[in-house]
Structures are given as C-alpha cells and as structure tokens.
Design a protein around this ligand. Structure first.
Ligand SMILES: Nc1ncnc2c1ncn2[C@@H]1O[C@H](COP(=O)(O)OP(=O)(O)OP(=O)(O)O)[C@@H](O)[C@H]1O
Length: 306
C-alpha cells in the first residue's frame, strides 16, 4: 500500500529562520497521524507545505502520489490554525457556503449537529464563543466529506466536553477510513486519536511511532509520588531510586504490587507521609523528556473559556 501523504526531506526557511529542516514523513491510507511539538517547532509550516499553501525550499511533498496542487479539491479537507471566515454569517450559512463549493457535499445541518452546534442558531459567526466558532470551522472543513483531512490545532479554545465531542467526530471519521493529519498541543488528544505520533522540534522529527512505542522508548518508568517532608537521604538504604519533587518524593520504577513495600519502608523508618499517588508514564512524559518544554498542556486540567 503506498502512503497517502509523503514528505521527502522537506526544508523551509523564512529568512534566517529554518522552520523545517529535512522532514521525512509517510502516512498510510486511513491512518490518524498527530504532529506534536513546542511553539515554533514548525508544525503549521509543515501542515502548509503538505497542503500546498507553502512551497518547500528543498524536498518534495506528495498527496495521493501527486503534488498537492494537482489533487482534486473534494478529496482534501483543511482546517488551518488561523482560519478566519466571514463574521456576518450564521453557522448554517457559513457551512452552507463551503458545502456549495463542492459537487457532492455532506448535509449541512447534520454536520453542524455532529460537531455540537445547533443549526437553527441565528447568531453571527463573529458573535459565537471561541469554542462554538472552532466547532463551526471543523464542520466547514468536513463539508466535502474529504478522504484526507488536515486539521491544525482543531480543539484549541474548546472546553473539555466540546473537545471530547470533537474527538468522537474524528474517531468516527477514522473508523470510516478517512486519513487524518492533526497538530495538537494536547497530549491526551494525540494519545487518544493517533495511530502514530510524530514529535517535531526545531524543524526536525525527533521521534515517531505509536503512542505506546513512544511511551515505552522515552516515557520512563511508573513511579510512586509521596507527599512528605522527607528527603531522598531518609530512604537512602531502602534500595529504591528516589528523587525530590515539589510535594515530597518520587520513588521510581514501582509496579502496583511494589507499593506495599514502599509503604513498609516509610513506616519502618518512622517517615510520615500524607498521600501516595501512583502513575504510569504517558505521552506527556515523552514530550517533556524530549523537549523539556514546561508549557505542555494537560487537556484535562486546562481551564478554557467556552
Ligand atoms: N511567514 C513567516 N515569516 C517568518 N517566519 C515565520 C513565518 N511563519 C513561521 N515562521 C517561523 O517559523 C518557525 C515555525 O513556525 P510554525 O508556525 O510553523 O510553528 P508551530 O510549531 O506551528 O508553532 P505553534 O505551536 O506556536 O503554532 C517559527 O520560528 C516561526 O516564527
């Protein structure tokens, strides 16, 4: 099976800034690929090069085996990060406008309902909340029922319930065979939706694989966090790898069945603690290990205005 999306040694510069530095990528038919990476890593630039809205300085891009400009428009869906439709249209008018550009569009009201926007609403796009605007834009990007969809930060600014609703939309698209390329700052989004994840840093793909492969390779070990005033020295003779954290101690490489032994080690040394919290590594740990970026967004705890 030949890949649907190919980037071959793609380099893009803006003046002295090297936004992409030799990116290789191949995405198979029906795959959901999530591109993650810090601000300025080059995600939007790569999305633009792949969709033909930017031309690489070096290297080549192919969609369905052809340059992006030669691909039939109704096969592609694109939701750019900075998509800015006319303000004075209702959601139905707006999606209807995009649907009208294609021969065989999806049903507009059904699309709006799918993304959680009431098709009857008479509010102009410009007066919708940020989350409602983004959901309307997702509906517009799906108007032609694309077989390849590019979405650049599709759920930024959407509240947690709305984000999960959109995840279900993307999961349904993937189940129906749509190839999806998405960029996101939400590690939970990449972990849940993506068959494969690529981590872009300074214009280079520094790691790629399934979420499980990346976690196994870079995520570290499961750990037990202990809320305590103790220091690592207090447990120096206990045989554990222990490091200090903001709230106390982290005991590394602890399986669930080892937790009792750690508690015994604390109690036998008369070390007081308030609480224990065990966690397995996830994609966020991978991201932090490979980028050292403190601004990674936790999709479950982030506060957003709907
Ligand atoms: N039109 C432009 N002119 C000059 N520099 C640009 C232009 N577009 C992007 N850049 C620079 O290229 C680099 C990559 O930007 P890009 O927007 O692709 O990153 P990103 O990973 O999408 O970032 P974010 O997560 O903040 O959206 C950045 O240093 C950016 O400042």
């Amino acid at each position: 099976m030949s890949p649907v999306v190919v980037a071959d040694d793609v380099t893009k510069r803006y003046g002295d800034t090297v936004a992409l530095d030799g990116v290789d990528l191949a995405i198979d038919d029906g795959e959901v690929f999530a591109l993650i990476g810090p601000n300025g890593a080059g995600k939007t630039t790569l999305t633009r090069c792949l969709t033909g809205t930017r031309t690489p300085d070096e290297g080549a891009v192919e969609l369905f085996g052809a340059p992006p400009g030669e691909v039939q428009a109704d096969r592609l869906g694109l939701l750019p990060q900075d998509f800015n439709p006319p303000d004075r249209l209702t959601p139905r008018e707006l999606v209807d406008y995009y649907a009208g550009l294609y021969d065989d569009p999806r049903d507009v009201d059904g699309l709006l309902e799918t993304v959680g926007v009431n098709p009857e609403v008479e509010t102009w796009y410009g007066d919708l909340s940020g989350g409602e605007q983004r959901r309307t834009c997702v509906a517009a990007a799906l108007a032609n029922d694309p077989s390849l969809l590019f979405v650049d930060e599709p759920t930024t600014g959407i509240d947690p319930a709305g984000r999960r609703a959109l995840w279900r939309v993307f999961e349904d698209l993937a189940a129906a065979g749509t190839t999806v390329f998405l960029t996101t700052h939400y590690m939970a989004e990449a972990q849940r939706l993506a068959d494969r994840v690529g981590l872009l840093a300074d214009g280079r793909i520094v790691a790629s694989g399934t979420p499980d492969e990346l976690v196994a390779a870079y995520g570290g070990d499961p750990a037990l966090d202990v809320d305590t005033d103790a220091t690592p020295d207090d447990l120096a003779d206990a045989g554990y790898t222990v490091e200090a954290t903001d709230d106390g101690l982290r005991v590394q490489n602890i399986a669930p069945e080892d937790i009792g032994g750690v508690v015994d080690a604390f109690e036998s040394r008369d070390i007081a603690f308030d609480s224990l919290s065990w966690s397995e590594p996830d994609l966020e740990d991978v991201y932090l290990a490979l980028t050292d970026d403190p601004d990674v967004v936790d999709a479950d705890s982030e506060e957003v205005a709907a």
